[in-house]
Write a new protein. Structure first.
Lengths: 334, 322
């Protein structure tokens, strides 16, 4: 632990009924929800847990929140939307192909990929497809317009699903994994196989390299004001400044939450410069950027695995998290 | 995670029609009580008799680490990441490659990707060879030669379709490329399970001896640009301060042509055996158990690859004597 005195919020955490590897811990509306690797989706309402099997027994591979629903992609190749009342809607059936990336966009649109195939479904249910030059790993909608950024081998592509035009390409050699778009739409950042981040400024496609990580960066989170990008992958949360027009170029990143354990998940508070940091030893800290003050949310528990998913509710009053060994919890801020 | 806790991965290669899927189904249906996750690249005519079969894209990626032969299978990294979230669902993974695949990117994935290496370990590369058609394949398909050179276990299949003389000729061809893999002659891919599973071929602790598994090694009638093997034995001790820089440089410079290497060395003033093994440029080495009293302290190495020059390697190793 750091030498700095820590105030603890551990009393404000209630355990949730997980069970298996937590793929997604999130909120749909006011309801905490967990999607587990064994295929189970759990919705918590007033302390009561409702268990569903949206993929009829098949494991869940990935999940994300879309409006008031939780989207899950299963080993059955289907994408199912689960509502807080427990109703299930099948949005897509990829005939057994695994969904590799899944993201929600503006106006109830969603996008996903299976291998090289990218699919965009608008709010009316119209599905468009595009075949990327290689397998797709990460997707992200731009904040304006109906435009999707797609990470793949040797770069990323920008696709207007409603246009016949060939997608615009952003080139950078190597295998690009997760992708995120800055809230103002000026920057696209991908994580790479070689333990680095790569970014492009869309205005002029200027490249940005953010390196120095000891492992792959698999969690990326923007601050509410869009000025900071927090990242996992090191024994400190590495936070890059994106305020200026050059983004983080020539500026050192901020670091916080230094502990002798690798960070697996980061989640910025939706209203203030507070970062939730989840570690490989399932410890969780809150860190305030302005003065580096730390608050302990969860002490590491032996055998509980790593933090695999973490999310704030819209008001920023509650934080939900889950681990690779099926533990889960809910922090309610005092 | 300790080595025993890691999920073993068997890579199954072989040219089209050699009998890979037959072997796979044999492994899956034997009464072993084990559960497998199977990764295949093409759903062939023969069905695969298993609950968990995952389709892959066989996408080979170059790593941006300045090492030109360092290629990995991007799709495999993604599939294993997803599979490993379901604990207790299977005991082992079998990766079947297409007939045209180079086994190196598959093997390298298990050493190069940290997340994959943390949770799984490569057990062995098993290559199925068609006794009747191999000599034809070697003429027109460089992949077939690669697959044999890379193998830890060779299944020489369909022996009932050739005469004894033809079988001997095909065995000599295989041994000219790879004299060190365990070779099993089969019909309809019938081998005992322990011949292909639980081999620990990449475990330094299991490298016990380096002896050609063939009675007449050393027919070097192949062309120098073809794949072949070179074995070197040095009596007496080796100077690690000379050997380590040499083997590092050799594997870096010659990595693209060097498919596999393996060695057991006697270092001066070192009671323990030094063992190493490598795949292209990826080299792994460590001090192992003590030399036993009944063992001769000698150093043995084998290199399998293309355009390997025996004189050059012998002279370089000779210069590393203590």
């Amino acid at each position: 632990m750091t030498t700095q005195a820590q105030t603890s919020l551990t009393q404000n955490v209630t355990a949730l009924d997980g069970g298996d590897h937590v793929i997604t811990a999130a909120f749909i509306g006011a309801h905490p929800v967990l999607a587990l690797a064994d295929g189970c989706v759990k919705i918590i309402t007033d302390g009561q847990t409702k268990s569903l099997a949206p993929h009829t027994g098949a494991p869940v591979l990935l999940g994300c929140v879309a409006g008031d629903t939780l989207l899950t992609g299963g080993e059955d190749g289907k994408i199912i939307a689960t509502s807080a009342d427990g109703s299930l809607t099948e949005l897509a059936d990829n005939k057994g192909r695994w969904v590799d990336a899944l993201v929600a966009g503006p106006a109830q649109s969603i996008a996903w990929s299976c291998g090289k195939s990218v699919f965009c479904r608008d709010g009316k249910g119209q599905i468009r497809t595009w075949d990327a030059p290689s397998s797709v790993r990460g997707l992200g909608f731009l904040p304006k317009g109906y435009r999707l950024a797609i990470a793949h081998y040797n770069g990323a592509s920008l696709w207007f699903p409603n246009s016949e035009a060939k997608p615009e390409s952003l080139d950078w050699k190597g295998s690009h994994l997760d992708l995120t778009v800055s809230p103002d739409g000026r920057f696209i950042v991908t994580s790479m196989q070689e333990n680095t981040l790569h970014g492009w400024r869309l205005a002029d496609k200027k490249d940005m390299r953010m390196s120095g990580y000891p492992s792959k960066v698999r969690s990326l989170s923007w601050s509410h004001d869009g000025q900071w990008l927090a990242t996992s992958g090191a024994e400190a949360a590495v936070i890059w400044p994106f305020k200026d027009k050059d983004g983080p170029m020539g500026k050192p990143p901020r670091e916080c939450g230094v502990r002798p354990a690798k960070i697996t998940q980061v989640a910025f508070h939706p209203k203030s410069l507070v970062l939730a940091i989840g570690y490989e030893d399932n410890c969780i800290l809150l860190c305030r950027l302005t003065d580096a003050a730390e608050l302990l949310v969860r002490r590491p528990v032996d055998g509980a695995g790593s933090i695999t998913s973490m999310a704030w509710d819209g008001a920023g009053k509650r934080l939900i998290f889950g681990t690779s060994e099926g533990q889960a919890g809910l922090l309610t801020l005092p | 995670m300790s080595a025993e806790d890691k999920i073993p991965v068997t890579v199954l290669t072989g040219y089209l029609g050699a009998g890979k899927t037959t072997l796979l189904n044999r492994i899956l249906t034997e009464p072993h009580g084990k559960k497998f996750a199977v990764v295949v690249n093409e759903f062939g005519e023969v069905g695969i008799d298993n609950d968990l079969v995952v389709g892959a894209d066989e996408e080979v990626f170059e790593m941006n680490n300045g090492c030109i032969c360092c290629t990995v299978r991007g799709d495999l990294i993604r599939i294993i990441e997803s599979l490993m979230k379901r604990k207790g669902r299977f005991d082992a993974i079998i990766v079947e490659t297409t007939g045209l695949a180079d086994p190196a990117p598959v093997a390298q994935t298990f050493f190069v990707d940290q997340d994959v290496a943390e949770k799984t370990r490569l057990d062995a590369v098993v290559t199925v060879v068609d006794a009747k058609w191999l000599s034809e394949r070697l003429k027109d398909a460089p992949e077939a030669r690669n697959q044999i050179a890379f193998a830890d276990v060779l299944i020489l299949n369909k022996t009932d379709l050739v005469t004894e003389a033809e079988l001997a000729a095909v065995e000599a061809l295989i041994r000219g490329i790879n004299p060190y893999a365990k070779l099993h002659k089969t019909q309809r891919s019938a081998v005992p399970l322990d011949a292909v599973l639980g081999r620990n071929a990449f475990d330094l602790d299991r490298i016990l001896d380096i002896e050609p598994d063939f009675l007449e090694p050393g027919h070097h009638h192949h062309h120098s640009d073809e794949i072949g093997s070179i074995a070197i034995t040095v009596e007496g001790d080796i100077n690690p301060e000379k050997f380590m820089p040499w083997i590092n440089e050799f594997t870096q410079v010659r990595g693209p042509d060097l498919l596999r290497c393996k060695g057991i060395l006697a270092f001066k003033n070192e009671p323990r055996r030094f063992v190493f093994q490598g795949v292209h440029m990826i080299l792994d080495g460590d001090l192992q158990r003590d030399w036993r009293e009944d063992e001769t302290r000698q150093s043995k190495m084998v290199f399998i690859g293309r355009k390997l020059n025996r004189q050059e390697i012998e002279a370089a190793v000779e210069a590393c004597r203590a």
